[in-house]
Design a protein around this ligand. Structure first.
Ligand SMILES: [Zn+2]
Length: 156
């Protein structure tokens, strides 16, 4: 069974690949018991759909694959800390855990933070609405969001 860190690395790799194709650097993996059910990348640039965040795309693909509108028993691995829209959708679908690689502080220098949306919505993140944890994938924010070289092999 892949580790939480391995699944999160997969999400970060998806984010990197999406950026290389002109998309925004966000990816997500939805898994149940370590088994990948669906993945998603941020598609807002190409789809013009502002709700096409990586977590939303993974959520939609996962519930289609499961043939039910529930993520009970599922964990999501997101390259970036989920924004309020995605976090709300995950809570409403009953996702059990969230793991992420980069937080809003990491993303802010690159204009990719959703902290302003949390503030406008007056949504505090403490305490979080579901278990949410940051894991170290060995990839730095500058490697995903900036111009630092992508590691040739990072064990993903
Ligand atoms: Zn989002």
């Amino acid at each position: 069974m892949p580790t939480d860190t391995a699944l999160l690395r997969q999400a970060v790799q998806l984010a990197h690949d999406n950026r290389a194709q002109g998309g925004r650097p966000f990816g997500a993996v939805l898994a149940r018991g370590g088994e990948v059910i669906a993945t998603g990348v941020n598609e807002i640039v190409h789809s013009h759909d502002p709700s096409a965040h990586a977590e939303m795309q993974a959520l939609r693909a996962a519930t289609r694959a499961l043939a039910r509108p529930s993520l009970a028993g599922c964990a999501i691995y997101a390259s970036g800390h989920p924004c309020p829209m995605c976090l709300a959708a995950l809570v409403m679908a009953g996702a059990e855990r969230v793991f992420y690689a980069f937080d809003n502080h990491d993303a802010a220098p690159y204009g990719l933070s959703s902290e302003g949306a949390y503030q406008r919505l007056r949504m505090p993140l403490d305490p979080p609405p579901l278990p949410i944890a940051r894991l170290d994938t060995g990839i730095t924010p500058a490697q995903l969001y900036g111009d630092a070289p992508w590691p040739a092999a990072h064990g993903a």
